[in-house]
Design a protein around this ligand. Sequence first.
Ligand SMILES: [Zn+2]
Length: 84
Amino acid sequence: MDEKEKRRKRLNNNKRIIKNRLKFLREMESFIPDRTGKTYFQSMSDQPNRLNKKHPYDCGNSKCYLCHSEKLFGNKKLDEKKLP
Ligand SMILES: [Zn+2]
């Protein structure tokens, strides 16, 4: 794999992640504007690269018990559990 191919793969991956997170925000939108008069989805769709590094509902703390409860307590998510 040469450098151009690596770069193309990384950029495509970032684009896919941003698209999925914008879709998630659109579904979870609360329609409540902040002090600038825009909703969170509108401000994020104006600047989509802000969603590149971090999930919109993640606070950024890797040991947060609210955001990473399934990782820290060892519980699986509902869609990962297999029903008998
Ligand atoms: Zn958190």
